[in-house]
Design a protein around this ligand. Structure first.
Ligand code: ADP
Length: 268
């Protein structure tokens, strides 16, 4: 039984007899590890058949003539659904790696300005038809001791979400600042916003406050879970503030030891 309670009495501390209760968590840990391994294996096993399917679909689309529009439409649908499935598998594998590997692998002094600027340009290109205004307020010298690939995933997810959940003409702001508490990255939008009641569960895998949004935006439902894990691995924290219909701010807080220019910081 997972909820087996072990009870024993402690008398040695001179504070009278106390009842100590401990839950037997060994089995829970074991089940949790089995779940992690299962997800990692399934995602990995799905990769190859998906690649083969996508390859054949591409060839078919190249060969089916324009005069067969129904067939072409069906194949295009199949292609876009397999793209979605591939994005899901990629995110599941990334999450598994974040859960199962040493937190401090590939630690470097990351030039954050260049990374965020590239993302801003990509986001601008991606949302060209939505005419978003994307502002960036990040000092050119900003540096962070971090895993660059993980940072890229976390920041990329926040910026992509801001673009996805902000209607045409909206404003998105990317800000970076440093103070005695560390370094902070905020991505703010004036888009759809989220009912605050949903905020505590937003970083759970596949938790979506509004399922109708998903079909329109085609996300994997894993983006914020990835951001949360990356922040934990960097001893930081993700903070979410939002108001339905007004917009949202997602802030990544990194502790002072992640700053490069601090005398005590270790880079590389
Ligand atoms: P996905 O975007 O793929 O659904 P995420 O984990 O990235 O998955 O986000 C979870 C949910 O949080 C989204 O479905 C959406 O409802 C909400 N959300 C995330 N970012 C924003 C944002 N900037 N504005 C409004 N809602 C957001």
């Amino acid at each position: 039984n997972d909820n087996r309670i072990l009870q024993f009495r402690v008398t040695e501390f001179g504070v009278g007899e106390q009842l100590l209760m401990a839950r037997d968590v060994t089995r829970i840990h074991h089940l949790e590890q089995m779940r992690k391994d299962f997800v990692a294996n399934v995602s990995h096993e799905l990769k190859t058949p998906l690649t083969v399917l996508k390859g054949y679909l591409e060839t078919l689309l190249d060969t089916v003539p324009e005069e067969q529009p129904r067939l072409r439409r069906a194949l295009t649908q199949m292609e876009s659904q397999s793209d979605r499935m591939e994005a899901l598998v990629t995110d599941l594998l990334l999450l598994s790696r974040l859960e199962n590997t040493d937190a401090d692998n590939d630690r470097q002094a990351v030039a954050v300005h260049g990374m965020l600027n590239r993302m801003r340009e990509n986001a601008q290109a991606l949302s060209a038809d939505k005419h978003h205004q994307i502002e960036m307020d990040v000092p050119t010298e900003a540096r962070l001791v971090a895993n660059p690939a993980e940072l890229e995933s976390a920041f990329g997810n926040l910026i992509t979400n801001a673009v996805k959940y902000t209607p045409s003409g909206g404003l998105i702001r990317i800000q970076w600042w440093q103070d005695e508490k560390g370094a902070h990255l905020a991505v703010t939008d004036n888009g759809l916003g989220i009912d605050p009641a949903h905020i505590p569960r937003l970083t759970e895998r596949f938790y979506r406050p509004d399922n109708s949004r998903v079909t329109q935006t085609g996300g994997t439902g894993l983006g914020l879970a990835i951001v949360k894990h990356v922040m934990i691995r960097h001893n930081g924290k993700l903070d979410i503030k939002s108001e339905l219909g007004k917009g949202s701010t997602f802030t990544c807080h990194f502790p002072p030891e992640r700053l490069v220019n601090r005398p005590t910081a270790v880079a590389g």
